[in-house]
Design a protein around this ligand. Structure first.
Ligand SMILES: [Zn+2]
Length: 450
């Protein structure tokens, strides 16, 4: 199983504003200019961390050196001191935080519970706007330098991806519709606990933000998602408004993003935040333990829906703290508040994007259209190229003609990875990033203007 971080709706917004100077790959110089400022902010953030038990984390950080070769070269391991590469050192620190949350609070050694060494790769690809778990290791891009900063920068991005690995080894929630939104939510829940524990915050002190610092300062955003108030993390001329929902009344039915997994995850996210704040104290002491027990106790599986997961957290809390305990009652109240339990059910919603196709209706045979959906931030990017008038038209047409559909392998949806839709006349191909052939990879890059 693979797991990526950025969602589709943001990318669609970006594509419609393609003339904006912030869209597109960043010159190397922009990255270098920002380096001193970033270093300052990273150091300041680390200063907030309080003393917790020494880390037991066993990890190796690699660098792909801006290629897509995994795992790449070893960049930091054992008890080496900081190496001076921000992405490497951030991944080193964040992996210790999430490892220690699972080990010291929930008694789980590494993702698999067997203490297996964690493998992380940074500097993946060029201007790569995503982070993912590929079933073997965590992978991080450097961001485009225009909208997204380094994906290693906020510690909760790494914790989110690590938790996809824990989910894979435990409940094995699917990655489509409600089980997929739960898979996403569980990753945010444990990411939030990782950050709150590192900052030594109680539930009511916490900001409940995911991906704070991931957007560059020119973007009007406080973070990528808000667990306490889904839909309020950003409102930017380029990105649009955060479309996440926090209640079943607003549940989004869509074919994009594996059934809106990054949108509807706001509903269980908000239930966890509401319950934790109502219970008081540290989120990992009570509600977090109920969530962990539900995830690992055997009641939740690949097809569990919101109501099934809600019941599992109540059952776990009852076992751990008693049926009449405040935590059990607050968990139940929170699931009712977000409309998952109780009388309120989801009304029928129109689909936000019927077929998930880049354009309406069949394309003229002289055009090719590409759409990229999925990913950690849930961004969509689209592009179109005219095969007759575009200077690259002939190359794209020859590449498309050379694609052998028999050779295309299409794997099941995997957390946080991109999916590409390629339309050419009446033909339409939907291919996960990891299954792109070299020819299709070149086509999607040219049409999207990478
Ligand atoms: Zn994810």
């Amino acid at each position: 199983m693979t797991c990526h971080f950025i969602p589709p709706y943001l990318l669609r917004q970006l594509a419609t504003k393609a003339g904006d100077e912030r869209v597109g790959p960043s010159p190397q110089s922009t990255l270098e200019v920002d380096e001193a400022f970033r270093l300052h902010r990273t150091t300041a953030a680390r200063g907030l961390q309080t003393a917790v038990a020494p880390s037991t984390a066993d990890r190796i950080i690699h660098t792909a050196n801006n290629t897509q070769t995994l795992p790449g070269e070893v960049a930091r391991t054992d008890e080496q001191p900081p190496v001076g590469d921000l992405a490497v050192d951030e991944a080193w620190d964040s992996s210790a935080q999430v490892w220690d949350l699972f080990d010291q609070i929930f008694g789980r050694a590494s993702m698999d519970g067997q203490g297996t060494t964690l493998s992380v790769t940074v500097h993946y690809g060029v201007n790569y706007d995503n982070a993912f778990w590929d079933g073997q290791q965590l992978v991080f891009g450097d961001g485009d330098g225009k909208i997204f900063d380094r994906f290693t920068k906020p510690m909760d991005v790494l914790a989110h991806e690590f938790t996809h690995g824990v989910t894979q080894f435990t409940a094995a929630l699917g990655y489509q519709d409600q089980p997929g939104a739960l898979n996403e939510s569980v990753s945010d829940v444990f990411a939030a606990m990782t950050k709150q524990r590192a900052l030594d915050q109680t539930a009511d002190q916490a900001d409940w933000l995911i991906g704070e610092g991931l957007f560059l300062p020119s973007v009007k955003a406080i973070a990528l998602r808000s667990m306490k108030d889904p839909g309020t993390a950003y409102d930017d001329p380029l990105l649009g408004k955060d479309p996440q929902v926090g209640s079943m009344a607003d549940y989004v039915d869509t074919n994009e993003d594996n059934g809106g997994v990054h949108l509807n995850s706001g509903i269980p996210n908000r239930a966890f935040a509401l319950a934790s704040i109502a219970v008081g104290g540290r989120s990992w002491d009570q509600t977090g333990k109920a969530w962990y027990d539900a995830l690992t106790g055997g009641e939740v599986n690949s097809t569990t829906d919101f109501a099934g997961f809600a019941q599992a957290t109540i059952n776990s809390s009852t076992r751990l703290f008693g049926a009449d305990s405040a935590v059990t009652q607050q968990i139940s109240a929170a699931w009712t508040e977000v409309g998952v339990l109780g009388a309120r059910t989801a009304p029928a919603q129109p689909e936000t994007d019927g077929a998930g196709a880049p354009t309406d209706g069949p394309l003229p045979v002289t055009k090719v259209a590409v759409k990229r959906t999925g990913g950690f931030a849930g961004h969509t990017r689209t592009g179109e190229l005219d095969l007759l008038s575009d200077p690259q038209g002939e190359e794209v047409r020859n590449l498309l003609l050379s694609v052998d559909l028999q050779d295309l392998l299409v794997s099941p949806p995997t957390p946080d990875r991109f999916t590409y839709t390629v339309e050419y006349g009446q033909s339409r191909l939907v291919v996960p990033e990891q299954d792109l052939t070299p020819e299709l990879d070149r086509v999607v890059r040219m049409v999207l203007g990478d």
